[in-house]
Design a protein around this ligand. Structure first.
Ligand code: PEP
Ligand code: MN
Length: 286
């Protein structure tokens, strides 16, 4: 068996695993999600509801975010909820709605697989498979999405270091799948005024250490609708290759995470502001 080497950048005191390392592969990896390129010059915006709830909810939201410039639709069919009594998602019915909306809008879809047993099913319907924060160190799941030939959106564990995050990505690449997008979504700190502490310094650090694209989730990162726009812009200014944001046609009636979901008009306004920030840092949003 080939020995897998680790690469230690001179100025950072952590060990970076080989396959994800920028020292091993100097060229940025571009992840292709059904024709949409994440990690190129364009900043890719992923938007949609936290959870798929109904045809109407998904269609109205998708149509609006697409018009505003989102390139990929998000929406959970299998939801990791803190309480077993909370809405758990529509399951396969939600996956069917996602693929139906993809057909109608042309937007590729990303949705979460929470368990190894869900990977095959999710891969049948989705264009990109999300591994959620709570599962970042679910090693059998990482291996399973690594074997599956779909792009993966890997969210940082809420208590994971950057070294642990990169090692989790390494699991996926080690199974032969290099189509991995890293997502900073906030970490737990001593701070309690926000849902999480969005670690924007993770963007330049991950890009310093790895060739994989990095996106940011300001929705889960803050938990506060009013704070999402400013953190979204800050993330693009700090070099993010994309954003994933929760948007809902009726946030107050959302079955999940309504308090951090943007209204359709607010998302549309935000897109024009993000375009300006992207341009200022030499990127673009089409
Ligand atoms: C999500 O994006 O739907 C989600 C559950 O986020 P996280 O895994 O980052 O909590
Ligand atoms: Mn959510």
């Amino acid at each position: 068996m080939e020995t897998i080497l680790c690469n230690n950048p001179a100025d950072v005191k952590i060990t970076v695993p080989s396959l994800v390392s920028l020292q091993k592969k100097q060229e940025a990896t571009i992840v292709k999600v059904n024709g949409i390129e994440v990690g190129g010059s364009e900043v890719i915006i992923i938007a949609g509801p936290c959870a798929v709830e109904s045809m109407e909810q998904l269609f109205e939201t998708a149509r609006s975010v697409k018009t505003a410039g989102a390139k990929i639709l998000r929406g959970g069919a299998f939801k990791p909820r803190s309480s077993p009594y909370s809405f758990q998602g529509l399951g396969e019915e939600g996956l069917k709605l996602l693929s139906q909306i993809r057909k109608e809008t042309g937007l590729p879809v990303v949705t979460e697989a929470m368990d190894t047993r869900q990977v095959e099913l999710v891969a049948e319907y989705a264009d990109m498979i999300q591994v959620g924060s709570r599962n970042m160190q679910n090693y059998p799941l990482l291996k399973e999405v690594g074997k599956c030939r779909k792009p993966v959106l890997l969210k940082r564990g809420m208590m994971a270091t950057i070294e642990e995050f990169l090692n989790s990505a390494e699991y996926i690449l080690n199974e032969g799948n290099d189509q991995v997008v890293l997502c900073e979504r906030g970490i737990r700190t001593f701070e309690t005024s926000m849902r999480n502490t969005l670690d924007l310094s993770a963007i330049p650090m991950l890009k310093h250490l790895s060739h994989l694209p990095v996106i940011v989730d300001p929705s889960h990162g803050t938990g506060l609708r009013w704070m999402v726009p400013v953190m979204a812009k800050a993330a693009v200014a700090a070099g993010a290759d994309g954003l994933i944001m929760e948007v809902h046609y009726r946030p107050d009636a959302a079955l999940c995470d309504g308090e951090q979901s943007l209204h359709l008009d607010k998302f549309t306004n935000l897109m024009s502001e993000i375009r300006k920030v992207a341009k200022a840092v030499g990127r673009k949003i089409l």
